[in-house]
Ligand binder design. Structure first.
Ligand code: ADP
Length: 371
């Protein structure tokens, strides 16, 4: 809707006729005051203002309109037979007009301008609408994310208690079975035990994630002997996967100021993944390299590998390579946690991999002198 403002009825009639003939909807006002009243009530796509009017002139009207939040985006086109000198035109622009046309106007030019301003107004409105919808969507998502984090936190805490109790009963059962020498029950109990351990790992991963997201993940930083931690992690894995060979090269005979448990968790995660994603190869290598600035740990397998284009996403939360997710169980959070742990030690994680040939996952930690 276009508002035309002119004190001369004959001008209003001709302009309205011209615009309506060109399919625009038009409202009119015969004074500046009437125009302001209308603008307060309705949003117009364009206001065509006569400059020379008794009472409020066009410039005053434009200046006042600029202060109305409802109309501040409405373009204003000044139309005037007089005041054609430069000074007046400048004042027109300063008071917020988008354009200025002097009479007698060329109808083609006026029509072109009216069409352009109308379209501009519509597009601005559409953009604003899109912006509003986006803002609402972002707020919704943030709210959902908050609820999801709370849910994960509560659920994982609640799961931890019965899990601990089940673990206790399994140990009791193991002892009873050993005492009574009931050999054929042993494989079942060890299966239950290994599944419970998996469930336990999952729950602590979920807990880690929820603590990480809420900034509550605690790090216990103190110097520890790196090589011992590595050997512990390897022994741990060897016990769970006795058929695999883990070859270690290099030594990390240094005291490192960090969270030993968390860094061991990263090594174990890399080793477990190396075993999990190389079902046809039982050979894993772990390599430590120390130079002046960095301590680097590499875990190499000869398994399924990962294509180049997916390698960057591996450390993202819940990311899993599609083909492998059909064959192997998992949630896609292990590497995300690893990266967070290493980054909290000012280090970096990465992978070098080739499809079908295998992968090398590595992390590097800066060597910080201990006081
Ligand atoms: P999960 O193993 O539970 O899915 P991770 O975060 O540890 O979660 O790993 C994310 C994804 O990265 C895995 O789903 C798998 O697709 C891929 N991946 C990780 N380690 C290896 C590896 N050694 N070889 C091949 N793919 C791997």
């Amino acid at each position: 809707m276009i508002l035309i403002v002119d004190d001369k009825p004959e001008n209003l009639v001709s302009l309205r006729g011209f615009l309506e003939y060109n399919n625009f909807q038009v409202e009119e006002a015969s004074s500046g005051e009437e125009a302001l009243r209308k603008v307060l009530k309705k949003v117009y796509s364009l206001i065509i203002l006569d400059v020379q009017m008794p009472g409020m002139d066009g410039f005053e009207v434009a200046e006042t309109i600029l202060d109305y939040s409802k109309a501040k985006d409405t373009p204003i086109l000044f139309l005037s037979a007089v005041n054609i000198n430069k000074e007046f035109i400048t004042r027109g622009y300063q008071s917020g007009a988008v354009d200025y046309i002097t009479k007698p106007f060329d109808p083609d030019i006026l029509l072109l301008k009216v069409k352009t301003f109308n379209r501009l107004f519509e597009q601005t409105n559409q953009l604003k609408q899109i912006q509003k919808t986006l803002k609402r969507e972002i707020e919704n998502r943030k709210e959902l994310e908050k609820k999801k984090d709370e849910f994960i936190s509560i659920a994982s805490h609640e799961l931890k208690t019965p899990l601990t109790s089940i673990r206790g009963y399994i140990q009791l059962l193991e002892r009873l079975i050993n005492k009574e020498g009931n050999e054929n029950l042993k494989p079942y109990i060890s299966k239950v035990s290994s599944q419970i351990n998996k469930l336990g790992d999952l729950v602590s991963d979920l807990l880690d994630i929820s603590n990480m997201e809420s900034g509550k993940m605690k790090f216990n930083i103190k110097p520890f002997f790196f090589e011992d931690m590595l050997n512990n992690a390897i022994d741990n894995i060897k016990q769970i996967f006795p058929e695999h060979t883990i070859t270690k090269t290099g030594t990390a005979n240094i005291y490192y100021p960090g969270d030993e448990m968390r860094i061991e968790q990263v090594v174990i995660n890399y080793l477990t993944n190396a075993i999990k994603y190389s079902p046809d190869h039982r050979r894993i290598e772990i390599n430590s390299i120390i130079d002046e600035n960095w301590l680097e740990i590499r875990v190499t397998d000869h398994g399924i590998g990962i294509s180049k284009e997916l390698q960057e996403q591996l450390f993202e939360k819940f990311f899993r390579v599609e083909e492998s997710s059909n064959r192997f169980q998992g949630l896609g959070i292990g590497l995300y946690i690893c990266q967070e742990v290493i980054q909290r030690h000012e280090g970096t994680c990465g992978v070098i991999s080739e499809l079908v040939k295998g992968s090398t996952f590595f992390f590097r930690l800066p060597l910080i002198p201990i006081d």
